[in-house]
Design a protein around this ligand. Structure first.
Ligand code: PMP
Length: 381
C-alpha cells in the first residue's frame, strides 16, 4: 500500500468534495449568471460555498471572491494594491523573504519596473519572521506589507497577527496581505483578529480540487481586478465561475470545520512520533523548529544523500515525499539558507507533509525506508 506524505503540495480530494463536484456537474450545471432555475441553482451552490469559506475565516461572505487558485488571488491583491494604493510618494513594499513564488514573483515584477522599492525580511534561525525586524522596515512610504502565515517548506508559523496589528496601529492606510494557504483549515484563522486586509486560501490543500481558491478582501479596501470581462464575482474576477470546483471547495471546508481541532491534535501526535522516530537515526538532522511550528509539515535532511536521490528511493517503495518544496523543483532553498542551514544539508532536505489520515504505520514505513535507503545509497557512493 502506498504512503502519501506530500500533502503540502496537494491533498487527495475527500468524498464530500467529490460528491459536491459530481452533483454540480450532473444536476446544477447551469451558468450562475443565467436567469432561469438551472442557473439560479448553480448560483445557490456557489453562495453556499461562499458562506462556508466565510465561516472558516470568520468574515462576511460578501468579502469572499473565488479565483482559479491562490496564485491568481495573490497576484490580484499585489498588482491591485500597487495600482490603487502604490502611488505618488507611497511606493514601498515590505515582504517576508520566505514567501511562496506566487507572492514573491509579482512583487519582483513590480520592483523590476523601477517604480517600487521592496524590502525583504529574512527569517531568524528558527525560520520565523521576527516582528521587530519586519516593523523596523515599515514606514510612511509603505503601501503594502505581505507575510505568509505558515511557510510551505518548513511549517514555520509567522507572528502575522502581531506584525499586522503593529503596522495598522502606526500606518492604518498600509494594506496588510497574508498568504494563508498552508494554515487554512489547520490553524484557526479569524480575519478580524489577524488584522489582514487581504487573505488568500487554496482548495487543493484542504481536500478539494485543484484550480480554485479564494481571497478575502476586507470591506472598504478597494483592490481593482486583474481580470476584466463579464463582471462576475461583483466585478472582482470576470469569467464564468467553475461552479463544480467551487461547490467541492465549499463541501470540503464545511465537513472539516467540526473536526479541525481533533485533526490538529492528531497531526501533533503524528509529527511528534515522526520526530521521535527520526531522532533514532543519527544521519538525520531536523531542519524545522518546534516553536511556532505547524505539525503538518516537517523538514529534515538525510546527511550525504541528495534530496532527489532519497525521494526516488522512497518512491520505489511507494512512499511519496517532497524535496524542499514542490514548487521550487529542486532549486536551492532560500528558506533553509536563511535559517543558516549549510548548503550540503539543504541539498539533502526532505519535506514530509501529513494529512488528516496519516497514521503511525505510515510513519514507521517512512522511517524504515529512510534507514534502508541510507544504508544502501551511502554504500554505493
Ligand atoms: N501559497 C502557498 C504557501 C502555497 O503552498 C501554494 C501551493 N503550493 C500556493 C500559494 C499556490 O496555490 P495554488 O496552487 O492554488 O495556486
Amino acid at each position: 500500500m502506498s504512503v502519501y506524505l506530500d500533502n503540502a503540495a496537494t491533498t487527495k480530494p475527500c468524498e464530500a468534495a467529490m460528491s459536491a463536484v459530481f452533483d454540480s456537474m450532473l444536476v446544477n450545471y447551469g451558468n450562475p449568471s443565467s436567469l432561469h432555475r438551472i442557473g439560479l441553482n448553480a448560483e445557490n451552490d456557489m453562495n453556499e460555498a461562499r458562506k462556508s469559506i466565510a465561516a472558516a475565516l470568520v468574515c462576511d461572505p460578501k468579502c469572499i471572491t473565488f479565483t482559479s487558485g491562490a496564485t491568481e488571488a495573490n497576484n490580484t491583491i499585489i498588482f491591485g494594491a500597487a495600482k490603487k494604493y502604490g502611488r505618488r510618494n507611497r511606493k514601498k513594499i515590505v515582504v517576508s523573504g520566505i514567501e511562496h513564488p506566487s507572492v514573491a514573483e509579482p512583487i519582483k515584477q513590480l520592483e523590476a519596473t523601477g517604480e517600487y522599492t521592496v524590502v525583504r525580511i529574512m527569517p531568524d534561525r528558527s525560520g520565523v519572521i521576527d516582528p521587530d525586524d519586519f516593523l523596523s522596515a515599515v514606514d510612511e512610504d509603505t503601501f503594502l506589507v505581505s507575510c505568509m502565515l505558515v511557510n510551505n517548506e518548513t511549517g514555520a508559523v509567522n507572528p502575522v497577527k502581531k506584525i499586522f496589528t503593529a503596522v495598522k496601529r502606526a500606518y492604518p492606510e498600509c494594506i496588510t496581505h497574508c498568504d494563508a494557504v498552508q494554515g487554512f483549515m489547520k490553524l484557526p484563522i479569524k480575519s478580524a483578529d489577524l488584522m489582514a486586509d487581504a487573505i488568500v486560501v487554496s482548495a487543493h490543500k484542504v481536500y478539494a480540487l485543484k484550480g480554485v481558491g479564494a481571497m478575502f478582501i476586507k470591506n472598504g479596501i478597494r483592490i481593482p481586478p486583474l481580470v476584466y470581462g463579464g463582471g462576475q464575482e461583483k466585478g472582482m474576477r470576470s469569467g464564468t465561475e467553475s461552479v463544480p470546483l467551487i461547490a467541492g471547495f465549499g463541501a470540503a471546508v464545511r465537513t472539516q470545520m467540526p473536526t479541525m481541532k481533533t485533526a490538529y491534535s492528531n497531526a501533533e501526535i503524528i509529527c511528534n512520533y515522526l520526530v521521535k522516530s527520526l531522532s533514532k537515526l543519527d544521519f538525520v538532522k531536523i531542519n524545522s523548529n518546534f516553536e511556532n511550528h505547524s505539525p503538518y509539515i516537517l523538514n529534515f535532511s538525510v546527511e550525504g544523500i541528495r534530496s532527489e536521490i532519497m525521494l526516488h528511493y522512497l518512491e520505489s517503495k511507494e512512499i511519496y515525499v517532497s524535496s524542499g518544496s514542490a514548487c521550487s523543483k529542486g532549486a536551492h532553498s532560500s528558506v533553509l539558507t536563511a535559517m543558516g542551514i549549510p548548503d550540503k544539508l539543504a541539498d539533502s532536505a526532505i519535506r514530509v507533509s501529513i494529512s488528516k489520515g496519516t497514521t503511525e504505520g505510515d510513519i514507521n514505513a517512512l522511517v524504515n525506508a529512510i534507514r534502508d535507503g541510507y544504508d544502501s545509497l551511502a554504500k554505493t557512493k
